[in-house]
Design a binder for this molecule. Structure first.
Ligand code: ADE
Length: 418
């Protein structure tokens, strides 16, 4: 078995953390038990480009239990948990290509290693694996039954590929499932982003002006959690409906140019480029802290920050770099990479349980439907979402009502009115 990880001796700690996460992933466990019996992936090779965390370890264990032979590479240079990577290699015989803080060349070399695994199924968080296959190994598209995409940014890229007629394989937009974005994007990002900011800075959130760029599910989640800790939260948006929603949710809404002058802490969660740009840095207060929780490190214009700063940046704490612009200090966290996976541990297992159960069931759906799939972006089938939410509720000890026959009939009729 081939692999490239930081240190195999870290495996023992990783194994314990994988088991700790498993306690909070009952839906995935149930699917794993079924996969062990039914073996839906027998003889299939899978390559996954995901954040290498203990939750992802439980995802790949589930695919392996279903008969798949797996290679795993990192979807971000800073998000790998090296102990988990070691345990996956040593205890689960999975080929892992990931090292925390790997440089750009190593990151892409690791993607190449995952491609060299020669997969029939792929999984992505950000679409780097699938876009590399399209660019560098297009002949491989013919053998790929389908690919799953975990995140908003990846789905945006894949829809752009489909629109250009460039997409050559079927992909499933796992991110767009309600069992994913309503929970992972909202509660997962909300909590883990604050966790990353606090671990990196140890700052008090109460009383701070916190500027949240983007009011999608991730922005909503983070804004609400920051408000819950006593911050005065300002939202910036480009979508009038989302901006209106933010205003009616009770947040201050204004352009970034106005928010730049008053923010103590800025966090971007948009999926877009240069949301915090040169003109905004120029307006910021002394001591402003800037970070990103979107997938790519392009939301904050780091190059502009570097160019505007006098002298070289100082690393004042782990994950905190100080830049000085006209005598004013600005702090960039985690080099503008996702703060929640760089400085903290990503979303808690309980929420990844739903996202990753949706992932593995989507993979099974691809295998079962391979004969009929076209190179396009598919939504998650409703049966998968219903299954995941039902089992999750049950695991939480929550029962809900069922429609009576009378209610079902009423909902299907149109004659009865006022
Ligand atoms: N994305 C966000 N949080 C994550 C986690 N804990 N594991 C894998 N991917 C993630």
């Amino acid at each position: 078995m081939i692999y490239d990880i930081k240190d195999i001796n870290l495996a023992e700690g990783g194994k314990r953390r994988i088991a700790w996460a498993e306690r909070d992933m009952p839906v995935l466990k149930q699917v794993r038990e079924r996969f062990s019996k039914e073996q839906p992936f027998t003889g299939l090779k899978m390559s996954a480009c995901l954040h290498v965390t203990c939750e992802t370890a439980n995802l790949v264990r589930t695919l392996q239990a279903g008969g798949a032979e797996i290679a795993l590479c990192a979807s971000n240079p800073l998000s790998t948990q090296d102990d988990v990577a070691a345990s996956l290699v040593q205890d689960y015989q999975i080929s892992v290509f990931a090292k925390k803080s790997e440089d750009r060349d190593t990151f892409f070399q690791h993607i190449k290693s995952a491609i060299a695994h020669n997969p029939q199924i792929t999984m992505d968080d950000g679409a780097d694996l699938i876009s590399s296959i399209h660019k560098d190994n297009p002949e491989m598209c013919a053998q790929i039954l389908g690919s799953m995409e975990e995140t908003t940014t990846g789905v945006i890229r894949l829809r752009a590929m489909a629109k250009d007629g460039a997409l050559k394989i079927p992909v499933v937009a796992v991110n767009d499932a309600k069992t994913k974005n309503l929970f992972d994007n909202r509660y997962g990002t909300g909590q883990s982003t604050l966790d990353g900011i606090i671990r990196a800075t140890d700052m008090l959130i109460a009383g701070k002006n916190v500027v949240v760029a983007g009011y999608g599910w991730c922005g909503r989640g983070f804004a609400n959690r920051a408000r819950g800790m006593g911050a005065k939260v300002i939202i910036t948006e480009i979508d009038p409906i989302k901006a209106l929603e933010a205003a009616m949710d009770g947040f201050a809404v204004m352009p970034m140019r106005a928010a730049a002058k008053i923010g103590d802490l800025f966090c971007t969660l948009t999926g877009d480029i240069h949301v915090i740009d040169r003109e905004h840095f120029a307006l910021m207060k002394d001591g402003a802290i800037v970070c990103n929780s979107g997938h790519f490190d392009v939301e904050i214009n780091k190059i502009a920050l570097k160019e505007m700063a006098s002298g070289v940046k100082q690393n004042v704490r782990n994950f905190v770099d100080e830049y000085i612009i006209d005598g004013k200090k600005i702090y960039l966290l985690a080099e503008g990479r996702l703060i929640n996976l760089s400085a903290a541990e990503g979303h808690p297992a309980s929420v990844m349980d739903m996202s990753f159960s949706t992932q593995v069931l989507a993979a099974e759906w691809v295998v079962k439907n391979k004969a009929n799939l076209q190179p396009q972006v598919y939504d998650i089938p409703k049966e998968i979402e219903d299954y995941v939410s039902t089992v999750k509720l049950k695991s939480m000890g929550i029962a809900i009502d069922e429609l009576t026959a009378e209610q079902q009939k009423y909902l299907q009729s149109w004659q009865e009115g006022t």
